[in-house]
Write a protein that binds this ligand. Structure first.
Ligand SMILES: *Cc1c(COP(=O)(O)O)cnc(C)c1O
Length: 354
């Protein structure tokens, strides 16, 4: 159990009134905890949200030793505030930490810290349908040192941002660019870790895809550029001839919590579900023969993001008949229903913030 000191702000901000958007508005408080070699994690505290001061020599600015997580707090119709599988974010934090030589954080401390900061700013959890309070925990290396080595000091910080409904009026399909030049990650690299460097590596392809009129990049494997990996902030699923297929976790794919939840639900519903290699050629073939029935991304932000079009070189594949797939819609309704307390929580995924 962390002993969390709480210092409340003397100047609470006005709550936003217009559309919330994503990631630009922050709440009144933040959680901070220090790590010092020899002493471990210490000084857990909740303080007013504000700027922090760092030496320009802080290691995180130079070599990118950092990790982050992303989850949401939802307001239920019953007035409760809910989190969705925060224990999974805690586990993934340590998987990322191991890869980046960042010290582990006890899982129960992670969950306790998330709940404490969300409770403190609970009146910031928006109430409109589809809205949520985005929770961003992250760890940065803070030694003032230009040598390349793991830092001996860190900060674990959690900030909160009220966020608008991802879909204004029902699920909307996105068009996706299958990138055949740049790669995001390779086996043995840090593709499975939730760390800023992976995002820095993805920007050039993202810009290229945007310029061509596509909203997201679908990455191929870093060696043969033949097998589907993921969308960079979402995992990807296909329904091919009745079978639900997603790339297996191979070290270069981020193990999404939404991905895991979708696999669990589809198996529970009796679908044939496979985690395996999927080549672009297989997709093109399936699409030509009319067997590519649904394509959707999964991630905390959108939950389920149906794909309307997939582009690979000169091939533009339209998925299904352009309407939202049956499985995509059912998954969206079920996951969001569990998250907001409307549906039975058969797998014990929901946690109440008390
Ligand atoms: C966070 C993330 C995802 C989605 O993970 P969820 O836990 O479902 O939100 C997928 N890919 C990458 C690269 C990510 O960073």
């Amino acid at each position: 159990m962390l002993d969390i000191k709480i210092e409340k702000t003397k100047n609470p901000k006005a709550k936003p009134t217009g559309p919330l958007g994503f990631g630009k508005i922050f709440t009144d408080h933040m959680f901070i905890m220090n790590y010092t070699e020899g002493k471990g994690w210490h000084d857990a505290r909740i303080i007013p949200f504000g700027n922090l001061e760092f030496s320009p020599a802080s290691m995180v600015f130079h070599y990118g030793q950092e990790m982050f997580e992303g989850l949401k707090a939802y307001r239920g119709d019953d007035g409760n505030t809910y989190l969705f599988r925060p224990d999974m974010n805690a586990k993934r934090t340590n998987a990322t930490n191991d890869r980046l030589c960042i010290p582990n954080l006890p899982e129960e401390d992670f969950v306790q810290a998330v709940k404490a900061i969300v409770k403190t700013d609970e009146d910031w959890v928006p109430t409109e349908k589809g809205t949520s309070l985005y929770v961003r925990p992250f760890i940065i290396a803070t030694d003032d040192f230009l040598g390349v080595a793991p830092s001996k000091t860190y900060l674990f910080i959690i900030i909160l941002s009220p966020s608008g409904a991802y879909y204004a009026s029902g699920l909307e399909p996105v068009d996706i660019w299958i990138e055949d030049d740049y790669v995001r990650a390779v086996k043995g690299g840090m593709g499975f870790a939730k760390t800023g460097g992976n995002y820095a590596a993805s920007l050039a392809a993202q810009v290229k895809a945007h310029d061509a009129g596509y909203s997201q990049v679908l990455w191929l494997d870093g060696v043969e550029r033949k097998y589907i990996e993921e969308v960079g902030a979402m995992n990807i699923f296909f329904k091919i001839d009745g079978e639900i297929v997603t790339p297996m976790l191979n070290g270069s794919i981020l193990p999404g919590i939404t991905r895991d939840s979708v696999l669990t639900l589809c198996r529970d519903w009796g679908y044939k579900v496979s985690e395996r290699k999927i080549s672009v050629d297989e997709l093109i073939e399936a699409q030509k023969s009319g067997k590519l029935e649904e394509v959707f991304g999964t991630g905390t932000a959108a939950v389920i993001s149906p794909v309307g079009k997939l582009r690979y070189k000169d091939d533009v594949m339209t998925i299904g008949d352009g309407s939202i797939g049956e499985v995509s819609q059912r998954l969206y309704d079920t996951v969001t229903g569990i998250q907001t307390g409307k549906l039975e929580d058969k797998f014990n995924w929901r946690q109440t913030v008390k």
